[in-house]
Design a protein around this ligand. Sequence first.
Ligand code: CMC
Length: 383
Amino acid sequence: MAESACEYKPGLEGIPAAQSSVSYVDGGKGVLEYRGINIEELAKNSTFLETAYLLIWGELPTTQELAKFEADIIEHRWIKYHIRDMMKCFPEGGHPMDALQASAAALGLFYSRRALDDPQYIYQAVVRILAKIPTMVAAFHQLRNGNDPVKPVGDLGYAGNFLYMLTEKKPEPLVARIFDVCLTLHAEHTINASTFAALVTASTLTDPYAVIASAVGTLAGPLHGGANEEVLAMLKEINSVENVRPFVEERIAKKEKIMGFGHRVYKVKDPRATILQSLAERLFDLIGFDNYYEIALELEKVVGEKLGHKGIYANVDFYSGLVYRRLGIPTDLFTPMFAIARVAGWLAHWKEQLSINRIYRPTQVYVGNHNIQYVAIQERNGR
Ligand code: CMC
């Protein structure tokens, strides 16, 4: 007989694990709001840093608040030589998400003061994390290619500076703007796996760097942030518009997932996928077409036909890979870029968790045995 009367829900589907005012999703209508503001409005009118401020402090900043926030972030974009030297020891073939997780955790060694009830400490930690994460991603990329990290520059915005540190070329303003919108779209998405990991870690009152490192490790998996990399691998494998239908039919017959489709919450097309698709088209108009795009369009059509009745449509990862590929960003940096953006959401939930904290300690339904006798090792060998 079961030990507990609780009903176990695999994946905690439908079980509220937090109360939050950070963001809201209506999966049936395809609505996403950050602090009550629709994502389409933010994508059109805001910047990533302004949106990050909104998510973390709960309201849009004044001109003065935003100017200070942006200036503080520019000031903290540098990483310590010790961190750069530590990153030099990472294997060049290692995944950039592993490098990011290790570097984010290492920040805790260098900024070890912990004063979670001090608003100034919270502000400093937010600024430091938002400022240094892109620098660490770009630094690892340069180091693994045998180059010195490119120093951040103060005259470029958050997105433009990241692209510059990655390529050593100042991006066109429209390219920087498109990348900035990509960051805004990925900044927050209620209580998904990585945010839940962040909340659980935050609830122990550990330092914010451990919170971010734990969330980065969770985002790395192929069912979460890693899907955008898999989308590109899949488009490469399909290789032509004609191959799309047989590919989808084979995957469905083998009960295999088609990457970039489906969502636990959205049962219609993810609103972020719609915005990303139009950004991809703007980018193609500016710097030329991507030959995977036609394959992607056909794939979306065929998946809609075959799986639409199950509520499986394109999610945020489907078009983000195409945008990043056209920007010349290596595939294994797609998930770190998701992380750069999602840091804003993780920090917002960390701050919210601190204000209402109770340590997470869920229960379990025990399905093992009782009263089993210990068997001496000599007697186990013939098993
Ligand atoms: N391709 C084919 N079938 C699918 C897909 C898919 N991408 N997604 C769900 N299904 C089917 C699944 O086979 C199952 O069918 P049945 O009921 O007949 O067994 C049904 O839909 C429910 O699937 P599930 O895996 O139980 O759904 P879930 O809510 O646990 O998973 C998901 C959600 C996002 C993990 C899943 O849709 C998936 O693995 N998608 C592919 C990976 C992906 O694109 N991930 C990015 C998600 S969005 C960004 C993020 O959160 O990081």
